[in-house]
Design a protein around this ligand. Structure first.
Ligand code: ATP
Length: 275
C-alpha cells in the first residue's frame, strides 16, 4: 500500500488522477488488524510525546462534506489518551474572528508541547470555501498561501509536527452518504441544504483544493491524500501516516524521559537526605 504524499511546494496536484478507492487486493480484515496494531503503537508514542514535552503534534483534516473528518477523529483519535488530545472544529467565523486576521483563531488552538491537536477544518477554509463562494477578493485569498506556509513553518520551528490530510471522496460516494444522512434519523442532524448546494460547486472545489494543496505542501508540513471512499482504508492510511511520522522521534522522547527519570531520582535522594 502506497501512501500519496505531497511535500514539494508548487508541485502539480491532480485529484482526478488519484483514486478514492482502496488499492485492489487489499484485504479489509487484514487492514483492520493492522489498524489495531498501529493504534497500540500510536497510544505508546503519544505517551512518550506527552511525557517528554519536547514536541507537539498538529493534525489538519480537510475534505468535502461527508469525506469522513468526524470518522477519522472517532476512530483514529479513539486510540489516543484523551488527556493529551484536543479537537477543534472550525465553522463559519464569528464576528470577533472575522475582525482579526484569518490565522488568529487558528493559532490559539495550536497544540502546546506534549499535546496532539486535531483540526476538523482549519485555516484552509480561508482559501477554499472563501474562494469558491467569493467571500473575500481574490487578491486577498491569493496572499494566504504564503501566510499559511510561513505560519506552519513557525509551528514546526517551535517543535510542532504538522501533518495535513485531504480526505479524498468521490462524487458518487458523497451522494450516497448525503442520501443516507437524509434518510437515517441518527444522521439527519448532520445534513443541511448547504451540503447539497455545495455539491453544485464540486469542480470549483476541486480547483481550489488542487491549488491549496500544491501551494502549501512543504517538506516539513506535507499533505497526505487519503482515499476516503472506504472508511476502513481511510482510517488505516491516516493511522499509518501518523505512526510513521512520529516513530522517528521515539528515541529522542525516550532519552528525554530517561534524563528526567535520573534527575528526579537524584532530587528525591537529596530530599530524603535533608529530612
Ligand atoms: P462539518 O461539515 O465540518 O462536519 P457542519 O457542516 O456541521 O460541519 P459547522 O461545523 O457548523 O458545520 O461549520 C462548517 C462550515 O463552516 C462549513 O460549511 C465550512 O465551509 C464553514 N467555514 C469554516 N471555516 C470558514 C471560513 N473561514 N469562512 C467561511 N466559512 C467557513
Amino acid at each position: 500500500m502506497d501512501i500519496i504524499t505531497f511535500d514539494k511546494t508548487n508541485e502539480q496536484v491532480r485529484l482526478g488522477d488519484i483514486s478514492e478507492a482502496p488499492p485492489k487486493g487489499l484485504d479489509r480484515n487484514e487492514a483492520k488488524k493492522e489498524l489495531e496494531i498501529l493504534g497500540e503503537e500510536l497510544f505508546d508514542l503519544q505517551d512518550l510525546l506527552w511525557g517528554a514535552r519536547q514536541n507537539a503534534v498538529l493534525i489538519v483534516l480537510q475534505g468535502r462534506d461527508t469525506a469522513g473528518k468526524d470518522g477519522v477523529i472517532k476512530h483514529v483519535a479513539g486510540f489516543l489518551n484523551p488527556r493529551g488530545v484536543n479537537v477543534t472544529s472550525f465553522g463559519v467565523p464569528s464576528e470577533e474572528e472575522r475582525e482579526h486576521d484569518f490565522l488568529w483563531r487558528i493559532h490559539r488552538r495550536a497544540p502546546r508541547k506534549g499535546e496532539l491537536s486535531i483540526f476538523n477544518r482549519s485555516h484552509y477554509e480561508d482559501v477554499l470555501v472563501v474562494r469558491v463562494h467569493d467571500l473575500v477578493p481574490e487578491s486577498l485569498w491569493k496572499e494566504r498561501y504564503g501566510h499559511i506556509r510561513d505560519f506552519e513553518e513557525l509551528l514546526v520551528e517551535h517543535g510542532t509536527i504538522v501533518l495535513k490530510f485531504f480526505l479524498h471522496i468521490s462524487r458518487e460516494e458523497q451522494e450516497k452518504r448525503l442520501l443516507e444522512r437524509e434518510q437515517e434519523p441518527r444522521k439527519a442532524w448532520k445534513i443541511n441544504a448547504g451540503d447539497w448546494e455545495d455539491r453544485e460547486h464540486w469542480d470549483d472545489y476541486t480547483v481550489a483544493y488542487e491549488e491549496a494543496l500544491s501551494r502549501t505542501a512543504t517538506k516539513r508540513a506535507p499533505w497526505t491524500i487519503v482515499p476516503a471512499d472506504s472508511k476502513w482504508y481511510r482510517n488505516l492510511v491516516v493511522a499509518r501516516t501518523l505512526v510513521e511520522a512520529l516513530r522517528p522521534y521515539r528515541g529522542d522522547w525516550q532519552k528525554r524521559l530517561d534524563e528526567v527519570g535520573v534527575r528526579k531520582k537524584a532530587d528525591l535522594a537529596a530530599w530524603r537526605k535533608g529530612r
